[in-house]
Write a protein that binds this ligand. Sequence first.
Ligand code: SF4
Length: 236
Amino acid sequence: MPSRISPAWRRRLTPPRTLPVPVDLIFEKLEPRYGPIEWRPRYNALDELIFTVLTQHTSDLNAERAFDELRRRIPTWGEVIEADTRAVADAIQSGGLANQKSVRIQSILRVVLRRHGALELEFLKNLELDEARRWLTELPGVGPKTAAVVMAFALGMPAMPVDTHIHRVSGRLGLIRKGTSADDAHVVLEKILEPDDRFGLHVLLITHGRQICKARRPLCGECPLEEPCPSAGTFG
Ligand code: SF4
C-alpha cells in the first residue's frame, strides 16, 4: 500500500544519517558547564499545563506573576471554569494576551473535566508516551511543545520539548535537517535520543542557546562545541 506521507515530509521527520556532533559529545562538553542536571517537578501536571499556556508569547517571569495572581484570586480550577472570563483575564494581565489566554484556559479546563471527569492530569503518566501526547494535543490550543513540557517537566516522561532555542541550536549542530520545523523537531529528536537523555539534552541545549549559541550573534569562539559544530564561524 502506498504511504500517505509525502517523501519531503518523511525526510523532515528522519534524523540525519550521521550526526556531525554526537549526542554523547554534547553531554561531555556541555554538562560540566551547565550541569548537574536534576529532574524536579515544578508543578503538578494540570498546573504545568496552565502555566505553559501563560508562557506563550511572554517571559517565564511574567507568566509566573500571572499564574500566581490567578491562583490568588481564583484558587481552584473548578472556580476558574465557573468564573466570569473577564475576571480570569484581569487576573492574568501580566502574562499578556489576557483575553485569548483566559478563553483558552477555561476551554482547556472544561475539556479536561469532560474527558477525564476530574481536574487533574497525573493519570497521563500511566499511558504510553504517544498516547499521553495525543491526549494532550487534543485539548484546545495545545501543541506538541506544550504537551512535551507537561510530560517532561511535571510527569517525568521522556518527551523532548523543543522551544526556539532548542530548535535553533539543534539545527546549527546538525541534529535535525535544514528546514525541519520546531514541531517536527520533537519527532526527530525523540528518534535520535535515548529516553534517559531527553530531559538532560533539553536543559543543556536551552541553556546553551540562551548563553552562547544566541540567535543573532552566537559566541562560537567561546563555545565548547566549536570544533565539531558544522555551523561554527558561518555567521559573518
Ligand atoms: S559553534 Fe557556534 S553555532 Fe555551533 S553550537 Fe557553538 S555557538 Fe552555536
